[in-house]
Design a protein around this ligand. Structure first.
Ligand code: ZN
Length: 302
């Protein structure tokens, strides 16, 4: 990451010189023409392409960041810059200074996982100590590892609680995990929020950073479509939606669109921050736990 910023300056300084030169050449002043000698400064070139604005440089380094191992999970963050404003301002009412630093570390995949430490020393294992032959990455610990299952449920419930309380404040009657009989069998969306003739069927998901959150949203909609069919007789206005965030705090574009009338950009920002805070909680719980896989337990018992 630091390497990317250093390279950014390498191109921004020549770009400033290029901009100043263009400005001087544009003046209709004979003295300025004598000083500059009407010689144009060439635009800096990145990867064979001349760049003429800060936007071009930002786009180039954005592509580099999103194709890197640690930066690929940030690909979906630019869809709503307002949600992630707290990173620039270093301020959010839910975050202490320590929490802010930890949230930024997690957001940029900078926690000391086995995969990261193995690059520094061969004494560190690349494999998860709980699962057999699974890479020891932050994504695995937060999203898949059985050792963090309980903490993962708490993160899901925290986001669910936030959405539920927001809807309740707006006058909705909210039911948690109602069991509904549909033509596809029993289905249990996370929330059912109703007000007069209108009902929201909402499922919450915290997905991996390697998948488009909008794709997860569409899968949730397809799964809970039969619930909407069963509620047709009770409600005239049925809205089927999913609240999808990835573990790095990026919110699905379709979720933002669905909840725009109900949740402010500060509210979305809070969801993003809470997801990161709970991500750190999962990481801490995983590191404090001594649970090992059955295969490993057998090795210890020999
Ligand atoms: Zn594992």
């Amino acid at each position: 990451m630091a390497g990317l910023i250093y390279n950014l300056f390498l191109y921004l300084v020549p770009l400033l010189r290029y901009g100043q030169n263009c400005k001087l050449l544009g003046y209709d002043d004979p003295l300025t023409h004598i000083i500059t000698g009407n010689v144009t400064t060439p635009a800096p070139v990145i990867a064979g392409t001349p760049v003429t604005s800060k936007g071009d440089v930002r786009e180039h380094f954005g592509k580099l960041l999103h194709s890197s191992v640690d930066g690929k999970g940030l690909l979906y963050h630019p869809t709503c810059p307002k949600v992630h404003q707290w990173v620039r301002t270093a301020h959010h009412k839910w975050l202490t200074g320590r929490d802010f630093i930890r949230a930024v570390h997690l957001r940029h995949n900078l926690l000391p996982s086995g995969m990261m430490l193995s690059c520094l020393s061969s004494a560190h294992s690349k494999s998860c100590p709980v699962c057999v032959n699974v890479p020891y990455t932050v994504a695995h610990i937060l999203q898949q590892c059985p050792r963090s299952h309980g903490a993962r449920i708490k993160r899901h419930n925290a986001i669910c609680k936030y959405v539920s309380e927001t809807m309740a404040k707006l006058g909705f009657k909210v039911e948690w995990e109602p069991m509904l009989r549909t033509k596809e069998g029993l289905l249990k969306p996370d929330l059912l929020a109703s007000i007069e003739e209108c009902v929201f069927i909402i499922d919450i998901a915290i997905c991996s950073d390697g998948v488009d959150p909008d794709k997860v949203y569409m899968n949730k909609i397809a799964k809970y479509e039969p619930v909407a069919d069963t509620l047709v007789d009770t409600y005239s206005d049925i809205k089927l939606s999913a609240f999808v965030v990835n573990w790095r705090g990026s919110i699905a574009k379709r979720t933002l669109k669905d909840f725009e009338p109900l949740v402010t950009s500060k509210g979305f920002s809070t969801v993003s921050v809470r997801t990161l805070q709970y991500g750190n909680y999962i990481w801490d719980m995983w590191n404090r736990s001594t649970v090992v896989s059955f295969a490993e337990a057998e090795v210890y018992n020999r």
